[in-house]
Design a protein around this ligand. Structure first.
Ligand SMILES: *Cc1c(COP(=O)(O)O)cnc(C)c1O
Length: 394
């Protein structure tokens, strides 16, 4: 399926990474479970040397079908699959940085990314400074001679800031640094990462790509220039993904555009309801007109693929205990980390405790993160209605 007559994402989702002719006709590639691969003779064994078709760890028809599908969607030169989203981040940073190097990390990064920078990377002599996600071209003043990577997140974890990616890319590239993005919230459809100047686009495929809350998986999508370094580090770390997990991710990927359309529509209805509530001070959802980051989002993202993850800042006077009561009172919103599955979720969050340079902005704010799933929106609204009422019984 190389020559598709269309570039449109929904068509690509249906036609990329399909079974090839050697599979005798099924729509989908087989689930390959293999460590050892057998060769007909020693000449064939020798001929395979240096290719990926020597040993199970280097990939299979299933994992390669998923890699191809993700490459086709984002226009990447290569895709490396990792056992989790976090391992996609750690593998990339280990590949692109060495002792003595400097990393500029968004202050709104996913918390385990911060733990990686402050822990393992620090131990290896790689220094991290955190920057305000709203800094834009002001990043130039923070770039040092040894800065090798600027890392952005689309959008900021918990706080949903939209980074000015073209400005960050221009400043980073001007001094030979690379721009790496955690594109999980954007999904492979929500923005054109490489056109915006990103060199490596990472996904916690665990979220919307898998889409059913049943697999942990990461994807590293990259340009040709950085591909050799990433493949080398990936091989050295012995990373590999099983055929069953790749198959489930490929199955989830088929419906990504269709699911996002429902997430987006349900989210719009929930936001309209939340906006009327006196308990709510601010909605953190850049696709919403008037929300923080909306202008940059409109410039850089594709509106039809907005997702269902958002933040709520509660009004002054609403206590953490009341928000806990709200969350404990819902019947359709699960209480749990991760997101991007078909189900709705809600958790309290405290971003100020995981920020270095922007902590003051979030200090004292009572907040929650919501994932709006694929349930009937009328039921979600009814559930929110009764849970908001329960809040006032604390
Ligand atoms: C969940 C998440 C990750 C980590 O993914 P795992 O598969 O859980 O390791 C990384 N970045 C972001 C933005 C996430 O939401």
């Amino acid at each position: 399926m190389t020559d598709l007559p269309s570039d449109r994402p929904a068509t690509r989702l249906a036609h990329s990474g399909r079974a090839d002719k050697s599979c005798y006709g099924p729509v989908n590639p087989p689930v390959v479970r293999a460590s050892t691969l057998l060769f007909a003779n020693t000449a064939e064994l020798k001929a395979a040397a240096g290719t990926r078709r020597t040993y199970g760890r280097h990939g299979s028809a299933t994992t390669m079908a998923l890699e191809q599908a993700l490459c086709a969607l984002e226009g990447a030169a290569d895709c490396l699959l990792t056992p989790s989203g976090l391992s996609a981040i750690s593998t990339t940073l280990l590949a692109l940085l060495q002792p003595g190097d400097h990393l500029l990390m968004s202050d709104a990064c996913y918390e385990p990314t911060r733990a990686l920078c402050d822990g393992l990377l620090t131990r290896l002599g790689i220094h991290t400074s955190y920057y305000d996600p709203l800094i834009g071209s002001g990043i130039s003043e923070l770039l040092q001679a040894n800065t090798r990577v600027v890392f952005v997140e689309a959008a900021g974890s918990l706080t949903f800031e939209i980074h000015d990616v073209p400005a960050l890319a221009a400043a980073a590239h001007a001094q030979g640094a690379l721009l790496v993005a955690d594109s999980t919230w954007a999904t492979p459809l929500g923005w054109d990462a490489f056109a915006l100047g990103i060199d490596v686009s990472l996904h916690a495929a665990t979220k919307y790509i898998v889409g059913h809350s049943d697999v942990l998986l990461g994807a590293i999508l990259c340009t040709a220039a950085v591909q050799p370094r990433l493949r080398q580090t990936y091989a050295a770390l012995g990373l590999s993904v099983g055929g069953d997990d790749a198959y489930l991710a490929l199955r989830g990927l088929r419906t990504l555009a269709a699911r996002l359309a429902v997430h987006r529509e349900n989210t719009a209805q929930v936001l309209a309801w939340l906006a009327q509530r006196a308990e709510v001070a601010e909605l953190l959802y850049p696709p919403l007109a008037g929300a923080a980051g909306h202008e940059l989002w409109q410039r850089d993202f594709k509106p039809e693929y907005a997702c269902g993850l958002l933040g709520v800042v509660f009004a002054e006077g609403i206590s953490r205990a009341q928000v806990n009561r709200l969350i404990d009172s819902t019947r359709l919103f699960g209480i749990g980390y991760s997101w991007g599955g078909y189900e709705s979720l809600m958790i309290p969050c405290h971003p100020a405790s995981s920020r270095s340079v922007t902590a003051a902005r979030w200090q004292g704010k009572v907040m929650a993160r919501l994932h709006i799933g694929l349930e009937d929106p009328a039921d979600l609204l009814a559930d929110l209605h009764q849970a908001f009422a329960a809040m006032h019984t604390v």
